[in-house]
Write a protein that binds this ligand. Structure first.
Ligand code: ADP
Ligand code: ZN
Ligand code: ZN
Length: 802
């Protein structure tokens, strides 16, 4: 008899350990570590991961494994081990670590059913629920008044809970509404539809005025705010038809990539690549900070290092921030390495992601270019890990397990004895500090590839503009420069910093701001639906005409969306062709890339957008970059807000003058004297680093101190306060006198979804007891967390203090 140690998919403290199961004879020798199985666990069947095969078990009575999910391991030995590291360093459950390493398509999904064992014993008023199939979906009962009774029936063994593991890998399709007639036929047909049927008119109008022939059904329903019956009616008239469209599995499959050859490296590139090549050659783990200004040729260095790794028969992991946002980067890797590259990012559908993951798993590719979760790519012979734009906050996962991809990269780099390269023009203070202290080796590239050098940056004081009577969102200076680009046939990029900035609605007479009734946060105006929405809980309401507080009509949209900028722009520069890129224009798959392509083909003069245009774009004809609002992020209550502002302004400025034509940058700001604005315009990272390090030191923030954040949430305020108080005083007893414990204080967003939020922040240098103390807190409150919906989140090295 052989046994398997299994981590079961029941994320709870008591079950966060391996359980032993017998391996039935028929599967002996077949079941391996890293495979998923179904095992009996108490009264139910659950999924589990096999982490060890052994000849004996110290458990007296073991049950056999019920069935297999995989026929080959889906987690390598290294990843099984890495899960333990994640558990210890982020305080998550082992099972959550496993799940984080797998594509969503592979994650456990059950259908829970309540099955009647003895229908006659079920109270008559409930019997109907169990007919005709004598089973009912668990979710249908959860939260209803029957729930208590059902629970009792379970205990009396009259009904039972059954877990059905679903196979969820079906083909991905969407419902589309397609025009069945010509546009002018629509216009005549419209006249015959009764006026009352206003939804049908809306639908027809949409197609008459739009240049599209087919639109996703869901999108139509949302945008037009109509019901399905209107669509059915129009389909019945045979004006349109409803079709199922299968979505592409490989989004890059049908695209041609021109093969690119390695470029002869410049002296500067040569200098930074040689230590990396040496590490590759010697199979040595080492961390590198590649500190290179925008346009210094970092990507070419990455690609040639990857090339060296492939020549040794090894594999490469390249992380880029949410690459659906930087198609140019994907193109560069695809052109160089062709079908050896898998691409993984959140823009892909679940099935597509799974397909890309499978290519890695089956060793059909040797390079993965992907966002955060690609750090778990199941390669077994990794030769290099590269993290581009390492300062990006999207490398930190905000849900359990709360890991940072950089830490995982270092851990895997140690395991595979390979170099890890962290590249950025604006490294995080943590990383750069390690670079200067020699923990990582610092590689500097301070010259751009083009001879132009860094573009000159001009700061415009928008308060001054206002004083001189210019109420427009464009300063006179910026407008003039845009004009001159139009005349010369050159291109401009306009950047609107939307982060930390909401288009909230405010009364100009009494200052009333419309807030979400469930969360302590202002509602955001959505122009397309003319609704106010809460970004935290999804609550929405229509826009009021007058102020609900004082009835004033001076109740207007505060804040500037890209749409509004576009409107003003076309008024001021009627001849300019503008491409707008924001969440509204890029929701459809591939639209992001299409818009960039159009801009690259010079079908527009101005590219206007939010964060998504800040990174990685490289267009030869762009000679002007304008930042409309530089400082909206400075007001966020976050000790990293200056750093983030500096990084963003530097990134944006880097989009200008990357090739032959000289570029320039105009930054509009309401706080032009702020050092992060000033130093970004001077392209002076080192001065910023020194200044900011001083501030961090004085205020005891990273990288001088580590941070841990405990957030407690519950429906009742008194409960939240008492629990947080207890946690704070418990930590006070467990930790050393050097630790700084702040709290309990209300979180910056004090309430979300009707739940109050309190926090406790721990600043520390060395606290060997911290992890243990935090674990004990979770254990102590486990019962309350399960039963009373109390929640306690622990984030070690938090990136969001909200
Ligand atoms: P970064 O990633 O540092 O922003 P890039 O890798 O995008 O910089 O390089 C900027 C530009 O210089 C790109 O157009 C790139 O193709 C070009 N380039 C990079 N290395 C070389 C080289 N060795 N010779 C010629 N052109 C190069
Ligand atoms: Zn008012
Ligand atoms: Zn809300």
């Amino acid at each position: 008899m052989t046994y398997a140690s299994v981590i079961v998919d029941v994320p709870a403290k008591q079950t966060d350990r391996a359980f032993d199961y017998e391996i039935p004879e028929k599967w002996e020798g077949f079941i391996q570590t890293g495979m998923r199985v179904i095992v009996p666990f108490g009264p139910r069947q659950v999924q589990g991961f096999v982490i060890e095969i052994k000849a004996t078990s110290s458990v007296k009575k073991t049950k056999p494994i019920s069935s297999l999910i995989d026929v080959s391991p889906i987690l390598t030995k290294e990843l099984l081990q890495l899960a333990g590291w994640l558990r210890d360093h982020t305080l998550c459950f082992t099972i959550s670590a496993f799940q984080a390493m797998l594509p969503a398509a592979l994650k456990a999904k059950y259908e829970k059913w309540i099955i009647a064992k003895d229908l006659d014993k079920i109270p008559p008023h409930l019997q109907l629920l169990f007919q005709p199939s004598s089973r009912v979906r668990f979710e249908e009962l959860e939260g209803t008044s029957h729930y208590k009774l059902i629970k009792q029936l379970i205990e009396e063994d009259i009904v039972e809970v059954y877990y059905e593991v679903k196979d969820k890998l079906s083909k991905k399709t969407v419902r589309m509404i397609e025009l069945n007639v010509k546009k002018d036929e629509l216009i005549t047909a419209k006249q015959q539809i009764p006026i009352r049927a206003s939804a049908q008119h809306k639908l027809l109008d949409y197609f008459i005025h739009s240049n599209k022939e087919r639109v996703e059904k869901k999108q139509l329903l949302e945008v037009l705010q109509i019901g399905t019956s209107a669509i059915q009616a129009v389909v019945k008239l045979e004006l349109m038809k409803e079709i199922q469209e299968e979505i592409y599995r490989d989004p890059y499959e049908n695209r041609e990539f021109k093969k690119s050859e390695p470029l002869p490296l410049t002296a500067q590139q040569q200098e930074v690549i040689s230590p990396i090549l040496q590490s590759i050659e010697e199979n040595k783990h080492k961390g590198y900070v590649m500190f290179g200004v925008t346009g210094s040729g970092k990507t070419e260095v990455y690609m040639q290092a990857v090339d060296a790794v492939l020549k040794k028969g090894k594999e490469a992991i390249v992380l880029v921030p949410e690459i659906s946002l930087t198609p140019q980067m994907v193109n560069r890797f695809k052109s160089r390495f062709g079908s050896d590259v898998a691409v993984m990012h959140s823009g892909l559908g679940m099935g597509e992601k799974y397909d890309e993951w499978r290519k890695i798993h089956r060793k059909e590719v040797k390079v993965v270019v992907g966002a955060r979760s690609a750090i778990f790519a199941p390669f077994e012979n990794v030769g290099i890990i590269i993290i581009d734009e390492e300062h990006e906050t999207s490398y930190k996962q905000e849900d359990t397990p709360r890991y940072h991809a950089r830490d995982i990269a270092m851990e895997r780099g140690r395991y595979h004895q390979c170099p890890v390269v962290l590249g950025s023009a604006t490294p995080t203070l943590e990383t750069f500090a390690r670079g200067t202290k020699g923990v990582y080796q610092l590689l500097t590239m301070d010259k751009r590839m083009s001879d132009q050098g860094m573009p000159p940056v001009e700061i415009v004081d928008m308060r001054e503009e206002l004083r001189e009577g210019n109420r427009s969102m464009f300063s006179r200076n910026l407008l003039e420069k845009l004009q001159s680009r139009l005349e010369r046939g050159e291109q401009s990029v306009l950047f609107l910093n939307k982060r930390g900035y909401s288009s909230f609605v405010m009364c100009r007479d009494c200052g009333y701001v419309v807030e979400c009734p469930h969360c302590d946060i202002s509602l955001t105006y959505h122009r397309s639906s003319n609704q106010l929405k809460c970004h935290y809980c999804g609550y929405e309401e229509p826009v009021h005409a007058t102020c609900p507080s004082c009835d004033s009509e001076h109740f207007r949209f505060f804040g500037t969306g890209t749409q509004k900028v576009e409107e003003e722009l076309t008024k001021l520069l009627p001849n300019a062709r503008v491409i707008r890129m924001d969440v509204d224009t890029t929701t459809k798959k591939g639209s992001h890339e299409k818009l960039l392509q159009q801009f690259g083909d010079q079908k527009a003069d101005i590219l206007l957008g939010t964060q998504m245009i800040a990174k990685g774009l490289d267009f030869p004809l762009v000679t002007l970059v304008g930042v409309l609002t530089a400082d909206t992020m400075l007001n966020i209550p976050d000790f990293r807000s200056s750093e983030k502002t500096f990084q963003l302004l530097t990134q944006v400025s880097g989009r200008a003058g990357r090739h032959l034509l000289p570029g320039e940058v105009v930054i509009q700001s309401y706080s032009p004297e702020h050092y992060s604005v000033e130093l970004a315009s001077a392209h002076d990272y080192l001065a910023f680093y020194q200044k900011e390090m001083q501030i961090r030191k004085n205020h005891q923030y990273p990288p001088f101190y580590y941070l841990a954040l405990v957030t407690v949430t519950h429906q009742e305020l008194t409960k939240v306060v008492t629990v947080t108080e207890r946690i704070t005083s418990f930590l006070g007893m467990q930790l050393s006198k050097e630790a700084i414990i702040l709290g309990p204080v209300s979180s910056p967003i004090a309430r979300i979804k009707d739940k109050y939020r309190y926090q406790c922040i721990i600043k520390y240098k060395k606290e060997p007891n911290l992890h243990e103390a935090l674990k004990r807190i979770v254990e102590k409150y486990q019962a309350q967390m399960d039963q009373e919906k109390l929640s306690i989140h622990i984030d070690l090295n938090p990136y969001m203090l909200m």
